[in-house]
Design a protein around this ligand. Structure first.
Ligand code: TMP
Length: 231
């Protein structure tokens, strides 16, 4: 029998969700920094996007008018490419994968916002997130989803000064109310995976809530590693 090899630290798949204007970007960057300072490899990525093909699909989804089924198929096509070429290899290496949006956004935006059929989205979710690394019938899902929850009216006020809006940012407040309800339904269906972050607070308080969420799971990257210990 050969010597057992040193086990890799388990990969961690963390996604960040919320309506446009919820303020997740700075916190994603802060978390990436905290993990790196701890010596952990980080893959920082986003959806739609994250690969050359998926970024092309992103430009189409954000820029071209299309019906909700076409929109859903394109975001899931981008996701399949991203999952197989970036996310799964990074998890196999033991990276912390920090992904700005994932399938919950499809349920919230296409399902909630556009009113597209949730059963069809569930079928696409199962097809796309069935990967060789995960034993069926399970599918690849994030280990943790930070949901930045913010009333649609406040998000709209924050976005009012923003650069030229894309096809989603240009939607009325009523659209974002439906998106927020879509997120709430996903969170209710997967309470273990979701952590709701109250995004209607000063930035430092939001950050502290994120730190507490990670600490509760024993994942806070600032936790000192015992001398001579691995991960
Ligand atoms: P963002 O990366 O700037 O947040 O923009 C991505 C936009 O795309 C955002 O408005 C949400 C939207 N989106 C969907 O409609 N469906 C999806 O599945 C994803 C990942 C994003």
């Amino acid at each position: 029998m050969s010597e057992p090899s040193t086990p890799l630290p388990a990969g961690l798949f963390i996604t960040f969700e919320g309506i446009d204007g919820a303020g997740k970007s700075t916190h994603i960057a802060g978390l990436a920094e905290a993990f790196r300072l701890q010596g952990r490899s980080v893959t920082l990525t986003r959806e739609p996007g994250g690969t050359p093909l998926a970024e092309k699909l992103r430009a189409l989804v954000l820029g071209e008018a299309m019906d909700p089924l076409t929109e859903s198929l394109l975001v899931f096509a981008a996701r399949r490419d991203h999952l197989l070429n970036v996310i799964e290899p990074a998890l196999a290496r033991g990276d912390a994968v920090l992904c700005d949006r994932f399938t919950d956004a499809t349920f919230a935006y296409q399902g909630g916002g556009r009113g597209f059929d949730l059963a069809t989205l569930s079928v696409l979710e199962r097809w796309v997130q069935t990967t060789p690394a995960v034993r069926a019938p399970a599918i690849r899902q994030p280990d943790l989803t930070l949901w930045f929850d913010l009333p649609a009216e406040i998000a709209a006020a924050r976005l009012a000064d923003a650069r030229a809006p894309d096809r989603f940012e240009a939607q009325p407040v009523a659209f974002f109310r439906r998106v927020a309800a879509g997120y709430a339904a996903r969170a209710e269906a997967a309470p273990q995976r979701f952590a709701r972050i109250n995004a209607d607070q000063p930035r430092e308080r939001v950050w502290q809530d994120i730190v507490d969420t990670f600490a509760r799971r024993g994942w806070w990257p600032g936790t000192p590693v015992a001398p001579g210990g691995s991960h």
